[in-house]
Design a protein around this ligand. Structure first.
Ligand code: PLP
Length: 407
């Protein structure tokens, strides 16, 4: 008898975004003449930067000639891309991360989901609440939690991110081994200062814990006093991995390219307390289970770091940040308490009622789709997330409609 991995049966019945899609499609069926503006799911709307397109085309041409054709590439990524990442994302910020500590992949979702394979079953895991669901669900699938009761999985330590701590969680009251952090945060849009991150790095060092730092939205940081990478904190390279993505940075959500930094100094421990370098384990995992990212895609990603590419990527981010500022201002003006939306593409809005009730109201009265905060965890109840990934025109129209609906 082929038996199921029963951990999958513990997963909450449906995925947030399929619930949203269902409600939106029912609304569309009932109201075929109404035009919906989507500010829900965090997908980008602008095309790839022109520098990436040129490099992409050229790399496709390379594949047409025997001299320049590439077959299987290195699973960790081509050196041409890893070198650029190390130079522009890390050395330029005064950190010592080197190219061979960078693992190019097809997504921060896959990497943040797969990394848990390297850790023992019995570890204590801390996740933020609200949370990017991948951190939780992949640990549920792996059997590191009990059942879901009252919207929380037994066995996980939840780090409440609320208005009272500015959506930057406090250190846990109990000892944890693995800590997921995400800044700029999805869904709250919160930012961590150097002091905030230093506190977590100190905790991890004191407790031989590991931080999984998801910096998928790093490119939206404009304030230079905010750390762009956790490695700006002294000692973080011994206790933290960092996940980055070209998805939101450069419009690669459909093209697929990301990377994970696994510093050589990072250690995990056997039951007896012997040290094992994490870099070696991730290399082993990736070379066994992953084929690498296609050559043309890595060339397109490399172009992000060219002179024109850097300028175009910045403009891309600025475009969405202008939306974010307008959404935050617009929603505040009509009386909602908002956070995020500065150095971040997400605005976290206290709707003053049940998250789904607010979602339904916006859909029915304004034909605007947002994301109910409760879908990201218990602490998200009462909030909705509005995303800045849309055109200026649509954001303006959406805000106009919401203002009218609220009156
Ligand atoms: N991490 C966070 C916090 C995200 O919000 C997302 C995408 O929405 C990802 C990772 C996934 O990024 P990628 O497209 O590289 O898989």
């Amino acid at each position: 008898m082929i038996r199921v991995n029963e951990n999958y049966l513990k997963l909450k019945a449906s995925y947030l975004f399929s619930d949203i899609a269902k409600r939106v499609s029912e609304f569309e069926k009932k109201n075929p003449d109404k035009e919906i503006i989507r500010l829900g799911i965090g997908d980008v709307t602008l095309p790839l930067p022109p520098a990436c397109i040129v490099a992409f085309h050229k790399a496709v041409d390379d594949m047409a000639s025997e001299k320049t054709f590439r077959g299987y590439g290195p699973e960790q990524g081509y050196d041409f891309l890893r070198e650029k990442i190390a130079e522009f994302d890390y050395r330029s910020r005064g950190t010592t991360i080197s190219a061979d500590e960078i693992f190019v992949s097809d997504g921060a979702k896959c990497d943040t989901g797969n990394i848990q394979e390297l850790f023992a079953d019995e570890i204590v895991i801390a996740v933020p609440d609200p949370v990017y669901p991948v951190y939780v669900d992949t640990n549920v699938m792996a059997g590191r939690t009990g059942e879901n009761r009252d919207d929380r999985y037994q066995g996980l330590v939840y780090l409440d991110s609320t208005e009272s701590n500015g959506f930057v969680p406090d250190l846990p009251g109990e000892k944890v081994d693995l800590i997921y952090l995400c800044f700029p945060n999805n869904p709250t849009g919160a930012i961590a200062t150097k002091e905030d991150l230093a506190k977590w790095v100190r905790y991890a060092r004191d407790n031989r814990a590991l931080i999984l730092y998801d910096a998928a939205y790093e490119s939206f940081i404009r304030d230079d006093s905010i750390p762009r990478t956790i490695y700006e904190i002294d000692g973080a390279d011994e206790v933290a991995l960092e996940f980055r993505s070209f998805s939101k940075t450069a419009g690669f959500t459909g093209t697929r390219c990301a990377f994970t930094v696994v510093p050589k100094k990072c250690r995990v421990y056997t039951e007896k307390g012997e040290e094992v370098p994490l870099h070696q384990l991730w290399l082993r995992r990736q070379t066994t289970k992953f084929n690498g990212v296609s050559y043309p895609v890595q060339r397109a990603a490399e172009a992000v770091y060219s002179d024109e590419g850097r300028k175009q990527v910045r403009e891309l981010g600025d475009y969405y940040l202008e939306n974010a500022a307008n959404i935050r201002n617009g929603m505040s003006t009509i009386g909602f308490s908002c956070s995020g939306g500065v150095n971040s593409p997400y605005i976290w809005i206290n709707g003053g009622r049940d998250s789904w009730a607010f979602f339904d109201m916006l859909l029915e009265k304004a034909c605007v789709v947002c994301t109910p905060g409760s879908g990201f965890g218990k602490c998200g109840q009462g909030y909705v997330r509005i995303s800045a990934f849309n055109s200026h025109e649509n954001v303006e129209r959406a805000l106009d409609r919401i203002a009218k609906a609220i009156k």
